[in-house]
Design a protein around this ligand. Structure first.
Ligand SMILES: [Cu+2]
Length: 333
């Protein structure tokens, strides 16, 4: 943000529990003026300890010069052209996104281009926002808010829009390589004691949980057994997401953190049918079962600089600090 201001948060918005005001670069709703036709690169990092963002761009209000003369028309908000996630360029091509779930520690870099004529498509502002988000089934609800503002400078001379990139250097797809080991990690928690576990254990800095010979490619199945979102993060490198809930994920690049979805509520059994084809009572069931979602990743332990011990953990800090962390050691063969 080039031009910023400090604004007092509106009174009455501070909650005792839950997220407080979201600040960007330490400021509440900083703003900048945006030139029609100009391309902007936004680098957004979630540096919060324990909240999630669903970031998006959102435009509003058509040309204010038409105020009072015509009805406001819906203006056009371009998509985010994402070029990097978690500090790493995507593979082969940018991705166009409407929004992106940014867990603690996650980063996104995207290009955003302000439209030019026809003026009716220009918005009066293009804000960086976070959309409504639920992180605990039935509980923690983070309402959407504006994070940073961008006001269209209608007095500026428009610039000719640059052509946005359509290609990026290709990256290695690890699915083409042999896997040396497969491991499973269950993330769970005890609601009563607010203790958090990986494979039933809390963090012990004196224990090395995983030992990996340098040069290995490992397949990790990471499973969230609790009713709260967790956010897996590993130090010293990144990984490729292969599937989520058994559904293959196309290769678009690497991450170093990923949200672990809460178990999926299975669809309720459909009402049984009686012999005459009419709906009968539903089949008996005690509780609606939930199926854990398996997140499958491939992790390369190949760079000699990572030899040594380092952690992987949930990036929600209150979870990590209350047990949800383990130590991996990469050793030279
Ligand atoms: Cu967590």
């Amino acid at each position: 943000m080039e031009k910023t201001t400090h604004l007092s948060p509106p009174p009455g918005e501070v909650e005792d529990a839950g997220p407080k005001h979201r600040v960007v670069n330490g400021m509440y709703q900083p703003y900048q003026l945006l030139v029609p036709g100009q391309t902007y690169l936004y680098r957004v990092a979630n540096l919060a300890a324990d909240i999630f963002y669903r970031v998006a761009m959102q435009g509003g209000f058509s040309n204010p010069k038409s105020n009072g003369k015509k009805k406001k028309k819906k203006c056009h908000t371009p998509k985010m052209t994402v070029i990097a996630l978690d500090g790493t360029l995507l593979s082969s091509a940018p991705l166009e996104m409407d929004d992106y779930l940014l867990g603690p520690g996650s980063r996104i870099e995207f290009l955003f281009q302000i439209p030019t004529a026809p003026t009716k498509q220009l918005c009066g502002f293009y804000d960086l926002v976070t959309k409504d988000l639920v992180t605990v089934i039935g509980e923690d609800f983070f309402p959407g808010v504006t994070l940073a503002r961008g006001f269209t400078d209608f007095d500026a001379d428009p610039v000719a829009p640059l052509a946005l990139p359509t290609t990026l250097p290709p990256r290695l797809d690890y699915r083409t390589m042999p896997v040396n080991a497969t491991r499973t990690f269950n993330f769970s928690q005890n609601e009563d004691t607010q203790t958090f576990f990986i494979n039933g254990q809390t963090f012990n800095p004196n224990v090395t949980n995983v030992r990996v010979p340098l040069g290995s490619l490992e397949r990790w199945y990471i499973i969230n057994l609790s009713e709260e979102k967790h956010h897996f993060h590993i130090h010293q490198g990144n990984f490729q997401v292969v599937s989520i809930g058994g559904v293959p994920v196309p290769f678009t690049g690497y991450l170093d953190s990923i949200m672990l979805p809460t178990p999926v509520e299975e669809s309720k059994p459909s009402p049984g049918k009686t012999g005459n084809g009419k709906k009968g009572p539903p089949p008996p069931h005690a509780e609606t079962p939930r199926t854990p979602v398996v997140v499958e990743v491939l992790i390369p332990f190949m760079d000699p600089v990572i030899v040594g011990k380092y952690p992987f953990h949930c990036h929600v800090l209150s979870h990590e600090d209350n047990g949800m962390m383990q130590v991996v050691e990469v050793y030279s063969k």
